[in-house]
Design a protein around this ligand. Structure first.
Ligand SMILES: Nc1ncnc2c1ncn2[C@@H]1O[C@H](COP(=O)(O)OP(=O)(O)O)[C@@H](O)[C@H]1O
Ligand SMILES: [Mg+2]
Length: 462
């Protein structure tokens, strides 16, 4: 039988707080949002920039929270209030306690793109080998990382954390909280370069994850990633080992015999602990890269490679992250990448678009955000790959204007100020048999285009 996630005594011991009355709560989950709170949860009243969980304490209690962590003085005679000096510090203290008692293996994933996708692939692969606990959604920041740890069941075999950053210095404290046994860096690319300044600075920042490894810990790194010297230095300083991963002949984890098709990819993955055949039922080279890193982790853990590889056949990309749908009565295929964009992922998904047989390939692209002074050049630099992979390209947003203007005239569909203005222009141009890619940063609101496309009942023949 599995025990509770936390007992009341464990909560007070971990946080240094006290309950307002006699409380023998057994906590079964952690909530920071009463809309998704389940009975038995500990509700933590976090204070954000625009919200304060303290406003929702009575809702949490009514919905059956087993305990509520607060830091403001609350007039209530409910014994379930756990008073701490600061709720974010309280959450972090729980995270440290969860990590300290955990006897399984921890894996942490960082990188410029591909963190959530790789984390979800690891969830599938390691799920075939034991109980997995993994970060929800993209919970990868100063509250997401400790929340994942605080929710870690003591009996799990694997904990998979995602660690993100927008600004220098953010990875190190999170990495030291997680103390991974295995570190994965998915990619080094220009995401958030507006804040970071250079690819070197990005690589150095990501190498802080390697610095949190124990001696003999393993870091799985793409063999073509920018900034190898930062990774080597970081690994040497803590006596960890670097495993390179990719298609180079001397890489530690290597893909060979690669076949990429519209339905998915197949390849052989060779690792220091054996070689396996892998079949992915979702297309794209970027997924092959993430899969190779995933198998690198399985091998680093000395896990059952054939079993993990077999499980990966059931991986499918999430909503807005590469899921395929059919629209206009099934006559048009839509690759929905509307959740997020960076230069690297726009390139990766344009190449994926090209893999799908179609009468015409159409790309509908919104601005990539957070590129700062690099915006114009990074957008314009994508024009050749866009022209190579798509027959017609629609763009919206001020930054995408530079890509649009760099395209050959015959490939220019239309440009508009924003996604709402672009949607009708793109819809009007569609013909049966087209395959579409929709991609942009979340702030570019490309969901608006997806909604307009999904509402189309029929389009003209080609
Ligand atoms: N290894 C990769 N290299 C390039 N692009 C990738 C890779 N993995 C995923 N992508 C693309 O990046 C987008 C965001 O992926 P995601 O895993 O959510 O990244 P993150 O969690 O790092 O923000 C996906 O929709 C896909 O288009
Ligand atoms: Mg993410």
């Amino acid at each position: 039988m599995t025990g509770p996630l936390w007992t009341a005594e464990e909560l007070t011991a971990a946080t240094g707080g006290h309950f307002t009355g006699p409380c023998s709560a057994l906590i079964t989950g952690i909530s920071i949002d009463t809309r998704t709170l389940a009975p038995g949860d500990l509700f933590i009243a976090l204070k954000g920039e625009n919200s304060d969980g303290h406003a929702h304490i009575s809702t949490a209690l009514e919905k059956g929270a087993a305990a509520v962590m607060v830091h403001d003085a609350i007039s209530s005679d409910d014994p379930r209030l756990l008073v701490v000096s600061d709720t974010l510090s309280g959450l972090q203290a729980l995270a440290l306690a969860a990590r300290a008692r955990f006897a399984g293996k921890t894996i942490a994933v960082t990188g410029s793109v591909g963190k959530t996708t790789t984390k979800e692939m690891l969830r599938v692969a390691l799920g075939a080998l034991g109980q997995v606990h993994a970060a929800e959604a993209s919970y990868n920041n100063h509250w997401g990382v400790p929340l994942t740890l605080a929710r870690l069941p003591r009996e799990a075999a694997f904990c998979i954390s995602e660690i993100g950053m927008n600004h220098p210095g953010e990875i190190s404290p999170l990495a030291h909280m997680v103390r991974p046994d295995i570190a994965v860096i998915t990619t080094i690319a220009s995401a958030h370069i507006g804040y970071m300044g250079s690819l070197d600075a990005i690589a150095e920042e990501k190498s802080a994850l390697i610095s949190a490894l124990p001696a003999n810990g393993i870091a799985v790194i793409p063999d073509d990633a920018h900034g190898q010297s930062f990774f080597t230095q970081a690994a040497a300083a803590v006596h960890a080992t670097l495993w390179s991963c990719g298609q180079k002949p001397d890489s530690t984890v290597r893909a060979s015999d690669l076949h990429m098709m519209a339905e998915g990819s197949s390849f052989q993955a060779s690792t220091p602990h054996g070689t396996v055949s892998v079949r992915l039922n979702a297309p794209g080279q970027h997924l092959v890269r993430n899969a190779l890193a995933t198998l690198g982790v399985v091998a680093a853990l000395k896990g059952d490679l054939p079993r993990a590889a077999a499980a990966m056949a059931s991986f499918s990309p999430g909503k807005g992250r590469g899921a395929f749908t059919h629209i206009a009565g099934g006559t048009i295929t839509l690759l929905d990448e509307s959740y997020n964009a960076s230069a690297a992922s726009v390139k990766a998904t344009l190449e994926t678009l090209r893999l799908i047989p179609a009468s015409r390939h159409i790309a509908i692209l919104g601005d990539i955000r957070e590129l700062g002074d690099f915006s114009t050049t990074e957008h314009a630099a994508l024009a050749p790959v866009a022209a190579q992979c798509a027959d017609l390209i629609f763009c919206c947003g001020p930054h995408m204007k530079s890509l649009y203007d760099s395209l050959p005239h015959a490939k220019q569909g239309a440009w508009a100020e924003n996604s709402a203005a672009l949607a009708p222009l793109a819809c009007a141009a569609l013909r049966r048999g087209d395959v579409l890619l929709v991609k942009g940063s979340l702030g570019s609101r490309m969901r608006v285009v997806i909604e307009a496309l999904t509402a189309l009942s029929h389009v003209e023949p080609a």
